[in-house]
Structures are given as C-alpha cells and as structure tokens.
Design a protein around this ligand. Structure first.
Ligand SMILES: Cc1cc2nc3c(=O)[nH]c(=O)nc-3n(C[C@H](O)[C@H](O)[C@H](O)COP(=O)(O)OP(=O)(O)OC[C@H]3O[C@@H](n4cnc5c(N)ncnc54)[C@H](O)[C@@H]3O)c2cc1C
Length: 461
C-alpha cells in the first residue's frame, strides 16, 4: 500500500505541475496524479505560446493578480532554467473606430494592473513597426513586456523539478472517485488507491467534474476550441512582434505571432463546443483564419503552412479563475483557468500554497531546493549542433537527425533518459522539437521511431 501523502494534485498540466513544484519546496510528501501517459498533454500542449503580462486582464480579479505575478515569476524561471522565451513585445492594433475608441481605457486598465510599460501608437508608427500589415490599421498600443515562450517546456520543467525534489508522479492514473477518510481523502484510480491529507484539483477541462466529487457544484466547463495555423519559417521575416487585435469579452481575438521556434502562428479561433476531447481542426475554423489572416498580413498567405492544431480552453460561466480553498474539507479547486494559464502558472501555484498556509497548514521550507536545466530549443539560443563545447563532450550533439528543426542524436538521447524520459513520439516531439518542422517527420520519423524503441530494448537507460 502507498504511504499517506500530505498533498495529492489531480492533473499534470502546466497548472498542476507548477503546483507540485511549489509544494516540493517544502518538507512534504507530494503526489501528482495524471490520467495521460505524460505531463502537459491536455490544453497545455495546444495554446498560442504567449507569455502575457496581464495588461488587459480585468482589474481586481484573481486572474489579473495571479497573471501579473505569474508573468514576473515565469520570466525569471525561464532565465534560470533555459526555457526559450523572446521579449518581442506586442502591438495591440485598432482596425475600427470602435476599437480605436477603446485604447484609452485599455491603457488605463494596464496601469491599474501594474503594467506600466506601454506606449500609444499612431497608424504611421504601427506600419513602421510592422510594414507588412494589411491596410486599415488606425493606431494601437505597444506593450514591450509581452513575450513568446516555448509552451512545451514549462510543464516538463516543473514536473522534473518537483520529482528531483521528492514529489511522486503517477502517470496513466485517472481519478474516478473520492472518499473521505479520517485522515483526509482516498482517491480511486482504477486498481490503485491513493491516500492524501489535502487534495488539489487541477484537472483543467475536467475540473468541474472533479469538483462535484467533493460535493460542490460551482461552475461548468464549456470547452472553447481555438484553432491555429503554423506557417513555415520563411514567413518569420514578415512579422517582428506579436500583433493582437483589441480583445472582446469572448476572446482575445485572432493574432499573428512569431514563435520561439522561428515559425509564425495565426489564430486562435473561439468556438464553444460540448465535447471535451474534440481537438480536431475544422474546415470552417481554418477557413475563417485564412480569411482574417489575408486581411491582417496578406503576404502571410503566400507562405507554406507547416501544421494546424486546436486546443480547448476551460471556459466557464464566470469570467474569473475558479479557485476555492475548502479548509474544512482540505480541498482546493483550481478550475476555469481559461486562456492565460501558461503565463499565470507559477502565480497560481504560489497562491495555492498561500491558501493552505492561511488554513493553518504550515509546511517547513527545505534547506535545499534542487534546480533543473532545460535544453535550448529556441531559435535565438545556441542549439547543441552549433555548440562546439557540447559536441566535444558528446559527438552525438553534432549528428543531426531531424534536419528541419536541427535536432541531434544527443538531444534525442537526453530526452529519453532521466526522470520523465520520453516514452512516445509525441513526448519526444514536445521535448526536442523533432517532427515539428516543415517535413512533419517525412524524412526522420523512421530513425526517431527506432531510437525510441531502444528504450524498450533497455539500451537507453
Ligand atoms: C487555443 C488556446 C490558446 C491559448 N493561448 C495561451 C497563451 O498564449 N498564453 C497563456 O498563458 N495561456 C494560453 N492558453 C491557456 C492555457 O493553455 C491554459 O490555461 C493552460 O494550459 C491550462 O492548464 P491546466 O493545467 O489547467 O489544464 P490542462 O493542461 O488541460 O491539464 C489538466 C490535466 O488534468 C488531467 N486530468 C483531467 N481529469 C483527470 C482525472 N480524473 N484524473 C487524473 N488526471 C486528470 C488531464 O489529463 C490534463 O493533463 C490558451 C489556451 C488555448 C486552448
């Protein structure tokens, strides 16, 4: 039988892994429970990869508070661990008179959120910053702190660090039932039983269902699908900053953004659907993006498309995060983390621990909190195949396997080894960039599959 954990977290997306990492700073036994075979496989693997400052969040909301704090923490964390980020800045562009009229209030909102670094732009300045934009921009705002980030690395880094610091990760474990015990909770995961004093619900799209397990009925998650198009790296010259429209109540709108991998993203759409598993892209969704993109950045549509994907935001009937701490039950619900969870993750994690502290739970900080380093995946970083020191240490860093994304045999080996080593092509893709390039694995898939199979044969441990 497993020991009684002090804390069990349900869901290993960017939010659950951040919470596990935060708890692993303390002298506690922590367990992270995930239904999928890897961390970061839910909404966290399909977003727009923007590290938001929180300039346009609704002032006074929990989201505004945790987003601005999360931004600050993630900027520092990315620097410490080597997660790829680029401070490109964002141009918030007005295309209609109504949008132009909103600029003063967005400016004020940003100041109220503590994001003071922003400048108004005339139409001429917008075009000076982005000469390839389509006609019709009337003016805008420039927010220098808005950044792009590798979306795959944060949950992997958080989980690895949590494990290094003693947390236990249980993959392929779906929590189907909970029961109160004298010490806390018993969580049923098919044949396995997990006992914990405190339970944290970070189950993303399923956070409403898990909340009902604890006899609550506070919100309903309606998946809001966002479809995106990834353009080839040749399109990167067309855009210098994140270009956003003025947001509406439903969505931040369709944006055009560079990625840290050197591509250009167009999207996302915003469509409420019923099925929490439906991450398929659709003809109408992609058609709408193409139509919008052709107006925003006409030359973009002449470039090749590398991939399309869709992600589901955990939208609820409320406009704020659904974070509740039930002190009596020893349960924290972290639901409704809709469209800013990547940026806010570390702020949310810090807040959850603070909630427990306010409930009389006072864990002791560890003397030594071990760090992690992530591989340099960004185009602006020195990649292993460009690094003479790395190649001297291991010639496999000079042996390129995925030529589109310049991923070497050494990086594939690193991704397969160690705690949280990749056990599927998708896991390798998110850890190294392999198979994400313009050939989508046409040339390297067989080799990468064979490398993956060496793990099954025990040649890679
Ligand atoms: C199109 C789109 C664009 C976005 N763009 C951005 C952006 O640019 N910047 C930004 O900051 N945010 C963005 N977001 C939001 C961000 O991606 C999410 O807020 C974040 O990923 C939510 O993380 P999570 O950990 O709450 O959920 P998830 O990543 O979905 O993780 C929840 C996990 O819980 C697990 N789980 C569920 N039920 C159970 C169970 N019963 N037992 C065990 N495990 C369970 C799931 O398998 C899943 O892995 C975007 C989202 C979308 C969809």
């Amino acid at each position: 039988m497993r020991p009684l954990f002090d804390v069990a977290i349900i869901g290993a997306g960017v939010v659950g892994t951040a919470i596990a990492r935060e708890f692993s700073k303390y002298e506690l036994s922590t367990c992270l429970i995930e239904a999928q075979p890897d961390v970061g496989m839910g909404t966290s693997k399909a977003n727009t990869a923007i590290l938001h400052t929180g300039f346009d969040a609704k002032p006074g909301t929990l989201e505004a508070r945790l987003l601005t704090r999360g931004y600050e923490l993630l900027v520092a964390y990315a620097k410490e661990t080597g997660i790829a980020t680029e401070r490109t800045g964002a141009n918030l562009i007005a295309w209609t008179d109504e949008q132009l009229a909103q600029i003063p209030s967005i400016y004020e909102k940003s100041k109220r959120n503590g994001v003071n670094e922003l400048h108004r732009l005339t139409a001429e300045e917008v075009y000076r910053a982005e000469p390839h934009l389509g006609p019709g921009a009337l003016g805008g705002l420039f927010i220098p702190g808005e950044s792009i980030i590798c979306p795959f690395s944060p949950p992997i880094a958080y989980a690895k660090q949590a494990i290094r610091n003693g947390a236990e990760l249980l993959l392929n474990h779906t929590v189907t039932k909970v029961e109160k015990t004298s010490e806390g909770w018993k969580l049923q995961c098919k044949e396995d039983l997990i006992h914990a004093r405190w339970v944290i619900n970070a189950a993303g799209l399923h956070s409403d269902t898990i909340d009902t397990f604890f006899a609550n009925q506070r919100f309903t998650v309606t998946p809001r699908r966002g479809e995106l198009i990834v353009f080839d790296k040749f399109a990167r010259r067309l855009i210098h900053h994140i270009c956003l429209p003025i947001p509406t109540a439903v969505t931040k709108g369709v944006l055009i953004s560079p990625t840290v991998f050197g591509n250009v993203l167009l999207g996302p759409t915003a469509e409420d659907i019923q099925d929490k598993w439906d991450t398929a892209t659709t003809g109408p969704g992609l058609g709408a993006l193409i139509e919008k993109g052709s107006r925003l950045l006409p030359e973009l549509l002449k470039e090749e498309i590398t991939a399309t994907y869709a992600g589901l935001r955990a939208a609820t009937e409320h406009s704020d995060y659904q974070i509740f701490c039930d002190e009596q039950k020893k349960y924290v619900c972290v639901g409704g983390i809709r469209s800013t969870g990547l940026s806010a993750s570390l702020g949310i994690a810090e807040y959850v621990v603070q909630c427990l502290r306010e409930s009389g739970f006072h864990p002791v900080l560890k003397q030594n909190f071990l760090s992690v380093q992530m591989p340099p995946l960004g185009e602006h970083q020195l990649r292993p195949m460009e690094n003479a020191d790395w190649i001297a240490r291991n010639p496999d860093y000079g042996r390129i396997i995925c030529h589109c994304e310049k991923v070497t045999a050494g990086e594939l080996q690193d991704a397969l080894n160690g705690p949280l080593g990749a056990r599927s092509l998708d896991a390798l893709r998110r850890r190294t960039r392999c198979l994400q390039g313009r050939c989508q694995g046409f040339y390297c898939l067989a080799h990468i599959q064979a490398t993956l199979e060496t793990v099954d044969r025990g040649q890679n441990q």
